[in-house]
Design a protein around this ligand. Structure first.
Ligand code: ADP
Ligand code: MG
Length: 240
């Protein structure tokens, strides 16, 4: 479903992605791990069209995301990204946060968008917060809303960038529970994370980046118990 081939990206003379090749199958959950600065966010941002690549191709199904003539809105309606910071619209209620995308981008009728939003909120235990504003919610609740807001767009691909990194440790679990549920319903997810035990349990494949390159990738059991590259080993010793 997602094919990243030979992607390079520099900021000024700093080469941040140095030839990334990554294929993701439909329904697969891929966790990107690696030290801070290794290029995880930049890779996700290139897929989400938030950064232009300097070289290489990215395809989502039949759509070439790196085509300079791409219809960005059409592409954006097929991909959803959730960030570390809870970036809900602060002046909109939870319900409005969940319905604005489907209504504006996909032309879904208001009543349909609202019933779908309530269904999604119920699944993450937040139906009582439908008419609350984001700042009255805990960080974990806001991030659960951000995840279902992404899902409300019915994206083919979900990109999650350190969605638990800004949370109080007590609230991490409730957000990871939602990610686990999204996996169980068959969603295709590429997720940068520092939550190694979650990655080990939930990912179909782990991709370890260092200095803008994929050093090693494989199923969690292999990568965590028998890493091949000394840099992977050193990273895991520091983070497990
Ligand atoms: P990670 O998410 O793995 O921590 P990033 O992709 O955020 O890594 O960053 C990789 C490198 O690119 C870092 O050295 C970072 O400082 C640099 N970088 C990221 N975004 C920009 C930007 N907009 N301008 C300049 N440098 C950037
Ligand atoms: Mg990052």
């Amino acid at each position: 479903m997602l094919r990243v081939e030979g992607v390079r990206k520099s900021f000024g003379d700093h080469l941040v992605l140095d030839g990334i090749d990554l294929h993701v199958e439909r329904g697969e959950v891929v966790c990107l791990i690696g030290a801070s600065g290794s290029g995880k966010s930049t890779l996700l941002r290139c897929v989400d069209l938030l950064e232009l690549t300097d070289d290489g191709d990215i395809h989502l199904g039949d759509l070439e995301l790196t085509d300079p003539a791409i219809d960005e809105n059409a592409a954006r309606s097929r991909i959803a990204m959730v960030f570390q910071s809870f970036n809900l619209f602060p002046h909109l209620t939870v319900m409005q946060n969940l319905t604005i995308g489907p209504r504006r981008v996909k032309g879904v009728a208001k009543s349909r968008a609202q019933s779908r939003a309530l269904e999604l909120l119920t699944r993450v235990g937040l139906e009582s917060k439908a008419h609350a504003f984001p700042d009255s919610l805990s960080g974990g609740q806001q991030q659960r809303v951000a995840l279902v807001r992404a899902v409300a767009m019915d994206p083919e691909l979900l990109l999650l960038d350190e969605v638990t990194s800004a949370l109080d440790p007590l609230l991490v679990g409730e957000v990871l529970d939602v990610v686990r549920e999204l996996k169980n319903e068959g969603r295709t997810i590429v997720m940068a994370t520092h939550e190694m035990s979650f990655a080990r349990e939930c990912a179909d494949r782990i991709v370890f980046l260092a200095d803008g390159r994929i050093v090693e990738s494989g199923p969690p059991e292999q990568l965590f118990t028998a890493p091949r590259d000394p840099r992977t080993r050193a990273f895991l010793e520091r983070h497990m």
